[in-house]
Design a protein around this ligand. Structure first.
Ligand code: HEC
Length: 161
């Protein structure tokens, strides 16, 4: 190999190793209150959405390797900022309705899960049946005052409505 090529390879390797040292956050803060959902809707959400919109992210091995790890961490950070199904308790009634409507819009438009995520996570592909289930889920009726009181009483009940 010519000297120049060896040097270039060394520089690239050093750069690759150096970027591994950049600290990034791969956390899963506590689940506070899960978004209300039937067991079947929850299964679909877990499969297709929880890797970016929950505090139960399954970080794949390549999430350990920069620069891919940066992209994944950014998706999770931005995804959680938009809607986090693990901190549903932090939303008021209007925000919840809005989050459900927007979730359905993203699904019906085919924008979520994001296109880059799909080939790596075949299980996240939504079938027509999955869409039917999530359509129903996104139309959950607003909670009654009594339900809300019960929810406050057990803020960790995953099926609290
Ligand atoms: C690979 C990570 C990832 C997965 C999986 C994922 N999302 Fe997202 N989602 C994002 C990111 C990043 C954003 C913010 C940027 C954007 O809108 O593209 C977002 C934005 C959103 C928004 C806000 C859109 C807006 O602009 O108002 C909703 C709602 C949403 N996602 C719902 C879902 C649903 C429902 C699923 C599952 C069917 C899902 N997402 C799966 C990463 C993800």
């Amino acid at each position: 190999m010519p000297k120049g090529a060896i040097l270039a390879a060394e520089v690239l390797t050093a750069a690759f190793l150096a970027i591994q040292l950049v600290p990034i956050e791969r956390t899963n803060p506590p689940v506070e209150t899960e978004v209300p959902a039937s067991p079947e809707a929850r299964a679909v959400l877990r499969r297709a959405c929880y890797d970016c919109h929950s505090n139960e992210v399954v970080w794949p091995w390549y999430a350990q390797v920069a620069p891919v790890s940066w992209l994944i961490a950014r998706d999770v950070r931005e995804g959680r900022e938009e809607v986090n199904y693990s901190t549903w308790n932090r939303l008021d009634e209007d925000e919840r309705r809005e989050a459900l409507e927007e979730s359905w819009e993203e699904i019906v438009d085919g924008d979520m899960p994001p296109w880059l995520y799909r080939p790596l996570h075949p299980a996240a592909k939504l079938t027509d049946e999955d869409r039917r289930i999530l359509d129903q889920w996104s139309r959950l009726p607003p909670r009654s005052a009594a339900d809300r009181a019960a929810e406050r009483a057990s803020s960790l009940d995953p099926f609290a409505r």
